[in-house]
Design a protein around this ligand. Structure first.
Ligand code: ATP
Ligand code: MG
Length: 733
């Protein structure tokens, strides 16, 4: 007879405790219980039927996608938004505030093992924290999912959890405050309302939280990835520019607006009216302004820096209103007042700025000449300046936050790290451009990392250790990563080549080059190469990539310009002479003397992703997979088609299969023995024989059952977390 321990917790969920193994054999055991207990158990079992299982590993039909989705649905209906696949947390956005993030909840998860409490983002946060503390290994939590799935909210919850539960001193409190306050600032400058999400992050973010030897957060560091700068000058219908512009206009004090020459009406600004969406019901720009203003102070911005920062934000709006007139071939600025304001706010000379916005410096026969721009060129020079000013200011802002988060304690820098990655999910729109290409490439890389770190490495390890193992089939997307990033032959290389080629290079010649070079690749199609059916849904100016997550057609229009990301030299020169100290840090003179062309946007992005992969590879990962339940931002709506698609491309079924077949924990024999030898008289204080024999003696003494573990060449493999948890508990008693 087997002992069964069922615990009902307030959410109506059942906690399966030691005595009932992860494979859900409860129907095999005979339970002797009093009437009261039986009634409780019956209601618990009915509850389980109603709320599904809290770990997909417990699903009887674990290979069935329908069963997987049904389990998600059951839980979602009961407001149980979290479910595990082993240690991976699946989260479905509830689109409503749930009472599950209180201080009491935080306390409930603190220092408690996964299996003892219901699934929660706090459990993931706590687990990473404990692993970092006990094993001394840096951790990272990778949060993925499509736009609106809840990544940013999840990362904020994790940060709040650490801020509340970790030990604190006065100095640590300052760091905690700054870590928390960095969010509203970065969101104001880097998030925007899109059709998919009213608070969509338009940049990728990786944040390290540094902990000292006492486990207190003592510092942090943020790396930002590819801000969607094109939004500064253009927004699609129903979308907005970055929040900060509206916050400033709606919330800025009268004096401030007067000083900046701004009117309290977003409709006055060309850069804010493209999407025809000045107000959003879920957003209060005025109160958000107050939050951001306060956050800037907490982070340590001086009044002067705030003033200079706002001068820049206002100057972008004024820049958008710079109108051109005159002959088509010789653009001149028609709005005198505008340009004067602009020059004052940017801290530059008005004549130099006017000239740079209407002329281009060329060098002919060794002489510098100013050649007039036509109307179209002048408008795009103006937009390029706006994008450059905003983009560089954003990077400056991140650096400034980093300075304020810099660890100032003991100079040995002996800290441990938990990294949080909140980066754009896979994007497929009606019209996909260079930005989607980069974002989806990034997701291919993250999937590659997931494969390397979980699926592949898991299977490789079983093989290396000689553990009997049923291999799980999965699609390895390396082939797609190579198609994009391979040296000389990959899409980025071909794009760069076209960007550098003088003469007739254009977006369309880039497309032709692609056809010539990667035309035969199984994951690449163009209109010309497609079969009749695909051709119907593809434009002649598009290429299609067969991503691991699905097919996406990319329109090549604008690829060369966006990749070049050029700013005319004379505009740079003017900016370098600015009296605004932020701008002088953003545009420095070294850049002007540098003869070498700067790396293109795609190449820079590729390099930053390679670095990110290195950072993540060096840490122990935890995964949070976020799912968006519907496209209408509504609570309670579970759109099955949409969810099935996400389950597919998040690779959740593969993940589950590997998990079911695998072992939850593994430890090298010497580490295992060292840690637990005190629990067995035969191994304490020292074991002189073969390490594997020592471990065998130890686990037999601890009563491990044969199905609970396997002995590999150099490691012990433990199937269920609870086995290891029980051993850990024994250490503590
Ligand atoms: P993007 O890729 O566009 O940045 P995202 O995955 O970061 O999207 P979030 O901004 O985190 O998405 O979430 C979108 C919205 O969904 C939030 O503004 C909030 O209204 C709601 N939401 C997300 N997670 C939760 C949650 N756990 N509880 C309540 N509401 C949530
Ligand atoms: Mg986000």
């Amino acid at each position: 007879m087997m002992e069964l321990k069922i615990q009902l917790i307030p959410t109506g969920e059942i906690i399966l405790s030691p005595g009932m193994n992860g494979e859900n054999h409860c129907h095999n055991c005979k339970v002797v219980a009093s009437d009261g207990v039986r009634a409780m158990m019956e209601s618990a079992l009915t509850a389980r039927d109603r709320v599904g299982v809290q770990d997909f590993v417990l699903l009887e039909n674990y290979t069935s996608e329908a069963a997987f989705i049904e389990n998600l649905r059951k839980r979602f209906k009961e407001n149980l938004i979290y479910t595990y696949i082993g240690s991976v947390l699946v989260s479905v956005n509830p689109y409503k505030d749930l009472e599950i993030y209180t201080k009491n909840h935080m306390e409930r998860y603190r220092g408690v093992n996964f299996y003892e409490v219901s699934p929660h983002i706090y459990a993931v946060a706590d687990n990473s924290y404990r692993s970092m503390r006990t094993e001394g290994k840096d951790q990272c939590i990778l949060i993925s999912g499509e736009s609106g799935a809840g990544k940013t909210e999840a990362s904020k919850k994790i940060l709040q959890y650490y801020a509340v539960t970790c030990p604190a001193s006065e100095q640590v409190q300052t760091v905690k405050d700054r870590l928390l306050q960095s969010n509203p600032v970065l969101e104001a400058f880097g998030n925007a309302k899109t059709l998919r999400n009213d608070n969509s992050s338009r940049f990728g973010k990786y944040m390290d939280i540094q902990f000292d030897f006492k486990g207190a957060p003592v510092g942090g560091h943020i790396i930002n990835y590819l801000l969607e700068k094109s939004r500064v000058v253009h927004q699609n219908h129903g979308e907005r520019n970055f929040h900060i512009f509206y916050q400033l206009i709606e919330g800025g004090e009268e004096d401030l607006l007067r000083h900046l020459g701004l009117e309290r009406n977003p409709q006055q600004y060309q850069y804010l009216i493209k999407g025809n969406c000045p107000k959003v019901s879920s957003i209060n720009d005025r109160s958000d302004w107050k939050v951001v203003r306060k956050a800037l102070t907490v982070i340590g911005f001086s009044e002067n820096e705030v003033e200079e920062l706002l001068n820049i934000i206002a100057s972008v709006l004024h820049l958008g209103n710079v109108q051109y007139g005159g002959e088509d071939s010789n653009a001149c600025i028609t709005s005198d007042i505008q340009i004067k304001y602009l020059a004052r706010l940017l801290g530059v000379n008005v004549t130099a700025l006017t000239e740079a916005l209407t002329h281009k410096k060329i060098i002919a026969k060794g002489e510098e000449l100013m050649s007039p721009l036509n109307l179209e060129q002048a408008s795009s020079a103006r937009d390029a300046l706006a994008k450059a000013v905003y983009g560089r200011t954003f990077t400056w802002l991140v650096n400034k936050i980093n300075t304020s988060l810099t660890y100032t304690g003991d100079s040995s820098k002996n800290y441990s790290v938990i990294g949080l990655l909140d980066i754009y999910g896979f994007e497929v729109f009606q019209h996909n451009s260079f930005e989607q290409f980069c974002i989806n490439y990034c997701n291919e890389k993250l999937q590659q990392l997931f494969i390397e770190l979980t699926l592949k490495s898991e299977q490789d390890e079983y093989e290396a250790e000689g553990i009997t193992w049923e291999p799980v089939q999965y699609f390895n997307n390396k082939i797609i990563c190579d198609l994009v990033e391979e040296k000389f032959k990959g899409i980025i290389s071909i794009l760069d080549e076209e960007c550098l080629r003088p003469g007739d290079a254009s977006d369309l010649t880039f497309l032709e080059k692609l056809e010539d070079t990667v035309g035969g690749h199984p994951h690449f199609v163009t209109h010309k190469l497609a079969d009749a059916k695909t051709r119907k849904v593809m434009g002649r100016d598009e290429f299609r990539l067969l991503h691991y997550a699905g097919e996406v057609n990319y329109n090549v229009n604008g690829f060369l310009d966006k990749n070049n990301d050029l700013l005319f030299r004379n505009l740079k020169e003017v900016m370098c002479m600015s009296e605004n100290k932020i701008l002088t840090q953003c545009f420095n003179r070294e850049e002007l003397s540098d003869k070498k062309r700067p790396d293109t946007a795609a190449t820079q992005f590729k390099a930053s992703l390679a670095k990110l992969m290195e950072i993540l590879m060096s840490k122990e990962p935890s995964y949070v997979r976020c799912i968006k339940p519907n496209d209408s931002k509504q609570s309670g709506r579970f759109d099955e088609v949409l969810i099935r698609h996400q389950v597919k491309y998040l690779g959740l079924m593969e993940n589950l299969r590997v998990r079911r077949a695998g072992f939850a924990y593994r430890r090298r024999y010497e580490v295992f023995l060292q840690r637990y030898k005190s629990l067995c008289p035969g191994t304490w204080p020292n074991w002189d024989g073969k390490l594997s024999d020592g471990v065998s003696t130890l686990v037999k003494h601890l009563g491990y059952k044969p199905e609970e573990y396997k002995m590999g060449r150099s490691k012990i493999f433990i199937r269920f977390p609870k086995t290891l948890f029980a051993t850990e508990d024994a250490l503590e008693t």
